[in-house]
Ligand binder design. Structure first.
Ligand code: AMP
Length: 195
């Protein structure tokens, strides 16, 4: 089965687009940020450990991400396709995903990056802070830390998937329907979800 990655900086719209892609193409939507927030809400060992990093605007270590991925991917039947939201965020995680590929017979067909200007990112996070009340959206220093840290990792991930001829970019500045249209064109023209 196929796995597709949709990536972007915080508040780039990847969550919204992943939901649309999942429903249009019958994929399971795996959102590591959301899974981590659920673990935190349940006060599990994994959640409590991850909370410290998230509160500081840091990425959660790959070892914890691996545990959570094994847990959530195990909930789906084999043969299920996935759209990955906010994962992988490091080269270590990209390699982890390649290893999962062997275990779950999952082929990663591409990474689609939603390109959004930083002023727009900050504006969207400010709005989301009021609407969703996420704690990591409230503090401007933490927001900057998340953006800068993730930007660095994204440069490496871009190179990783470019080397494998699996990297695609879309302009994430438009409205939801426009961005989705660009994603759909890439999926269909490149045959990303064909077995
Ligand atoms: P998100 O909801 O995707 O913005 O994620 C919220 C926070 O969870 C991030 O700022 C990270 O601290 C953490 N996080 C989510 N996904 C990952 C991941 N794949 N690797 C490391 N940390 C993650």
């Amino acid at each position: 089965m196929t796995g597709l990655i949709i990536s972007g900086l915080p508040a780039s719209g990847k969550g919204t687009q992943c939901k649309k892609v999942a429903s249009e193409y019958g994929l399971a939507h795996l959102d590591t940020g959301e899974n981590l927030r659920q673990e935190i809400a349940q006060e599990s060992t994994l959640g409590l450990e991850a909370k410290k990093f998230i509160a500081q605007g840091k990425l959660v270590p790959d070892t914890l991400i691996q545990k959570i991925m094994v847990k959530v991917m195990g909930r789906y039947p084999s043969g299920q396709g996935f759209v990955f939201d906010g994962f992988p965020r490091t080269i270590g995680q990209a390699r982890m995903l390649e290893d999962f590929g062997k275990e779950y017979n999952l082929h990663i067909s591409g990474m689609i990056y939603l390109k959004v200007r930083e002023e727009q990112i900050i504006e969207r996070i400010r709005k989301r802070a009021q609407e969703a009340g996420r704690r990591d959206d409230q503090d401007p220093d933490i927001i900057q830390k998340r953006i800068q840290g993730q930007r660095k990792q994204l440069v490496d991930l871009k190179a990783f998937y470019q080397e494998r001829e699996k990297y695609y970019e879309v302009d994430g500045m438009g409205d939801v329907a426009e961005v989705f249209d660009q994603i759909r064109k890439i999926i269909e023209h490149q045959g990303l979800l064909k077995e």
